[in-house]
Design a protein around this ligand. Structure first.
Ligand code: AMP
Length: 537
């Protein structure tokens, strides 16, 4: 039987009034929030309406909104020092998942700065790139990262502040912040080029949050489990910021761990869960490893939640169906990206169609265009996705050309292709890596992957186009296999002939132990292409 409660983690018990009282009776009971009364930041204004509600649960305890607001005011005051307004100074920060994260994030927002969240697991050269590119003037770090970051900050002339110190001292009045001010820079995954800093304003962030609050009916009664990285829009906006906007509880795990998640499904009063497809795959594997008795209680626990969401990468129909079978939950798949927050979503009420991402979210316009940017109005005709709305980011930081190239007549060109079928968008993939041009045909890697995943010996797969003198690009696939499979390309092609057009069938196969993925769990296809190129040499 799997051990669902580990010794190195003391999970919070069911959140009763007792726990909330304990949090309320903390050092922050007398916290003076009057300095924040004039704040123009809507997220702060909302939190001020319910200071004694529980905001965050982490492995150190329970934290109410009053404590979060008080800590954020102190962070902002320390950042300001003698200044009245940070005037868009970039404040990079590296905070572990937990209470400290939103307290530090809200600091630069309150003080008029731009928050630049750093990924805790990125190697130092990538951190250095983000600090240099964003021209960060201040770096806030938790002491567990001090050894790594102090020499870097010293070398780059960046003021380093440590997080326990930054929660001390007196608060100050905060400047008035216009909603069109820059608020945050998130670095894109950079699968095709060096990461670019996507700048969002306060208004963009508010629109991204309120769209999801409305679509998924977030309320103060919600309790979400947070297991996602906190340098990415999925974790920062969809989970953390939506929860805090709603006055809900956000329970943050130090990192994703399938057993811990199942344990929290069983023992916490969760209402919401949001994750990427690979997380659902891992949760399914943990369920399959459990005893019959345990499986029953795991499945029963899931049925208590009101909504489970998947996004950030295509959710294979097989995962959608398996999750439905074991949890009774029909996953809601949505589509979005760093530059726009979320754009398309299956409905909360109504049909959630496997393999589709639904339609535009509240306040968001989405359309498909052909290669000349003419709108496609017919169904079933593939095109590029363009998005418009207050959710769409302002610019790529210090990259006016890249910003200009990303927009056409006020529409943001996502770089993704899709088709609309019966009113629902189906994502075909990124035009740069997932749309393969082979022998005069344009094929979607995601469509081929969906079929390959139904092969009994294939566990995971990633289809890529590899440059080829004869075909333009050749369809190639990297896979991980189940058990002791000895899958060969000939077997695979024979099997695939019954299931897809011949030009879509992969002509090269690479069996790997694991597919290369980034910290969001997305397969890094450029690496797979490189592996095929090396193999061909
Ligand atoms: P990021 O900016 O890192 O969030 O990556 C955004 C990209 O992830 C999009 O441009 C899509 O290519 C992909 N993506 C996000 N959600 C989905 C989805 N539900 N299905 C397929 N691809 C998705």
């Amino acid at each position: 039987m799997r051990i669902l409660v580990r010794n190195d983690y003391s999970p919070p018990r069911r959140e009763g009034r007792e726990d909330i009282e304990k949090a309320r009776n903390s050092d922050f009971e007398e916290e003076d929030l009057s300095l924040l009364n004039d704040s123009t930041i809507l997220l702060i204004k909302r939190a001020l309406e319910h200071p004694d509600r529980l905001a965050i649960i982490d492995n150190r305890g329970h934290h109410i909104y009053r404590k979060l607001l008080g800590a954020a005011n102190k962070v902002a005051s320390q950042l300001l020092k003698d200044r009245h307004d940070l005037n868009e100074t970039r404040v990079a920060f590296m905070a572990p998942p937990g209470f400290e994260y939103p307290a530090v994030l809200w600091g630069p927002w309150l003080a008029g700065g731009i928050a630049v969240p750093l990924c805790i697991s990125h190697p130092l050269p990538e951190i250095e790139y983000v600090l240099a590119d964003s021209e960060a003037e201040i770096l806030v770090a938790h002491p567990e990262f001090e050894d790594r970051l102090r020499p870097l900050a010293g070398r780059m002339g960046i003021r380093l502040l440590l997080s326990p110190e930054i929660f001390q001292g007196a608060g100050k009045p905060m400047p008035e912040i216009d909603e069109n001010r820059r608020a945050m820079i998130l670095y894109t995954s950079g699968t095709t080029s060096k990461p670019k800093g996507a700048v969002t304003t306060h208004k963009n962030i508010t629109s991204q949050i309120t769209s999801l609050i409305e679509a998924w009916e977030w309320s103060a009664d919600d309790h979400v489990l947070h297991v996602l990285p906190l340098h990415h829009t999925h974790g920062i906006i969809n989970v953390l910021s939506c929860a805090l906007w709603a006055g809900a509880v956000c329970e943050i795990l130090p990192k994703f761990d399938a057993d811990r998640v199942w344990e929290r499904f069983i023992h916490s009063d969760l209402t919401l869960f949001m994750a990427v497809p690979t997380i659902y795959v891992k949760l399914i594997a943990a369920w399959e490893d459990a005893t019959t008795e345990m499986r029953e209680s795991m499945s029963k626990a899931c049925s208590k939640l009101r909504l489970m969401v998947s996004g950030s990468a295509a959710l294979p129909a097989s995962v959608f169906e398996k999750w439905q079978e074991i949890s009774g939950q029909t996953l809601l798949e949505r589509y979005g990206m760093t530059e726009i927050g979320m754009a398309l979503s299956n409905p909360l009420h109504g049909e959630r169609r496997p393999g589709f991402v639904g339609g535009p979210l509240p306040g968001v316009e989405a359309r498909l265009v052909d290669e000349s940017d003419n709108e496609i109005t017919e169904e079933d005709k593939p095109g590029g996705i363009q998005v418009k709305g207050a959710n769409v980011f302002l610019e790529y930081w210090r990259k006016p050309d890249a910003t200009r190239n990303a927009f056409r007549d006020g529409w943001f060109c996502t770089g993704d292709e899709a088709v609309v079928e019966n009113g629902y968008f189906r994502i075909l993939g990124r035009s740069s890596v997932d749309i393969i041009k082979t022998g005069g045909y344009k094929v979607s890697a995601l469509e081929i992957e969906e079929v390959l995943l139904t092969h009994p010996e294939i566990n995971e797969c990633a289809v890529v186009g590899v440059a080829d003198a004869e075909w333009g690009e050749r369809v190639c696939t990297a896979v991980t296999t189940k058990g002791n499979s000895l899958l060969s390309i000939d077997d695979l092609r024979k099997w695939a002939k019954e299931r897809m057009a011949s030009y879509k069938i992969p002509s090269r196969l690479m069996v790997l132990n694991d597919l290369p993925r980034n910290v969001m769990g997305k397969v890094t296809k450029t690496e797979i292409k490189e592996l095929f190129a090396i193999q061909a040499e």
